[in-house]
Design a protein around this ligand. Sequence first.
Ligand code: ADP
Ligand code: MG
Length: 315
Amino acid sequence: MKVLIALGGNAIKQANETGTAEEQFRNIRKTCKCILEIVKLGSKVVITHGNGPQAGNLLIQQEEGRTLVPPQPLEIVGAMTQGQIGYMIQQTLWNLLNNAGLKVPVIAIVTQVLVDENDPDFRDPSKPVGSFYTESEAKKLMKEKGYTIKKVKPSGERAYRRVVPSPDAIDIIEKEGIKRMVDTGVVVISSGGGGIPVVLNEKGELEGIDAVIDKDLAGEKLAEVIKADIFMSLTDVNKVKLNYGKPNEKCIDKMTLAEAEKYYQEGHFLPGSMGPKILACIRFLKFGGKKAIITSPDKAIKSLEGKDGTTIYPK
Ligand code: ADP
Ligand code: MG
């Protein structure tokens, strides 16, 4: 059994935390204990993860330190957080596997994900990143840096934030290497933060581009690459809901692909959060995946047994 596990923000940093190394390692250890149980089932596991809070903090460091050392662009911040989070998972999971007597290699791969320069999100960027600015700071940065900055809060002095495009994931550049590693039993960590977005230039060469890819959609491409049986998105809710946030809200235990598509079109899953997760599940099942699961890390094993979480089946 091959399982693609996409880790949400809460697997690495809780909403009320600032993001110290200790906090992140503590959260990752909890998550990795759940992943260990999946490896113990004899599954081949590939892990992907978000990087929102880490990239946000790193962007602040780029800006605050700009008088001391040159700030790095978004593509490099993406690579840096893949290394950072990859390292933390790689070490923690290796320790847990080793303690359990399992000599399984765990390897994080800096991953590039191909996007289309003509993706509509490049024309109207939607994804907020980094610091909050005042109106005058925002104007200055727009002029000097060419950033797109939007008002993201209705009031308050610091209501402005840089927004970047969030294009769809088309292909995983390192896919051949990833496939070979997974087939030989390596636990691979890949496409962190949705991967580093790259485009092919007119010379046919790869080039990084200022954008942020949704990690569930990039994770689904990764699931196709490794021909996963199961796509599993681990987040901060243990079940998906219908009529989310309304008085008639209801948990979904299981649904078919056709039902998921219908509910998706009816708008039960919010854009930017549950929406892309469900879309990733839909794409995965259409590709030929056996089942897609959305749940929280602590319910992962029970969900694989069909006793918790939300499972989506082809039929
Ligand atoms: P992650 O970091 O795991 O990707 P997100 O915040 O992007 O987390 O997505 C999970 C969130 O999606 C939940 O905390 C919840 O607020 C939101 N959400 C939106 N629609 C739904 C829904 N229909 N059912 C459950 N949660 C939903
Ligand atoms: Mg998300």
